[in-house]
Design a protein around this ligand. Sequence first.
Ligand code: CA
Length: 275
Amino acid sequence: MLPTQLHAAVLTDPGKVRRNNEDSCFADGDLGLLIVADGMGGHAAGEVASHLAVQVIRDQVVQALRTGKIPARDGAPLHLSDRARLLDAAVHLANDMILETAQKSPERRGMGTTVVAALLSGRRLAVAHVGDSRLYLLRKGEFRQITQDHSLVAEQVAKGLLTPEQAETSEIQNVLSRALGVKAEVEVDVTEPNLENGDLILLCSDGLSRMVKDGAISAELSRLKEPTEMCHNLVRLALEQGGRDNVTVAVGRVQSVGLWSSVKKLWRRPARRTA
Ligand code: CA
């Protein structure tokens, strides 16, 4: 089976109401890594928390891919692939770093962030998330939410106490049941869906998912070819619907890589020093 790669793009916008953008994001097709984080907390602390989450996860992934060493974490599920364990450890470290930063400065106490991160892992995608930033998969016209929101309304829908329609208009929509930077212990959901050539992956903050219906998001992704164009149009749709929150989208298209491209990529890789 041919190896896969991600053709990726990312875009963030403060929206039409808020002056600050508390979302942070990262996308690198060569690394196969996409991250979206949505921060919270006064005095611009939300920006600090989401930025820290993205920075720590990105740095951990880059370092592990360069050295081949996967950070060990006690309690990490054994059935996960190396790359899924790497993401799991990186998200836990981000939690520690945000808590530590908050404890050092009083004006940053109480800051936190959601995070959703995806890392290409052969023919699978390692996905780690905390909070209500989402990852969707579009495959041959079928649009599916892979992550389950860690929010009070999502829990009430799961228990049958609220219908999905009631959840959409609930006044407690923004209350999270899990976030990074809140407690020393955080439960991180990690999944590894299989991938197929042509799959589209979308990561987003709730500034998109609350403004634009899933059907409209799916239609836009299906209509367009380039991830950069998809990001621009999804952000535009969120702004047209009111843009009441910061909006962030990251898109990755899964492509099989021909043998010749794989060989060229190997040649481009810098020689590793042995001394
Ligand atoms: Ca938000």
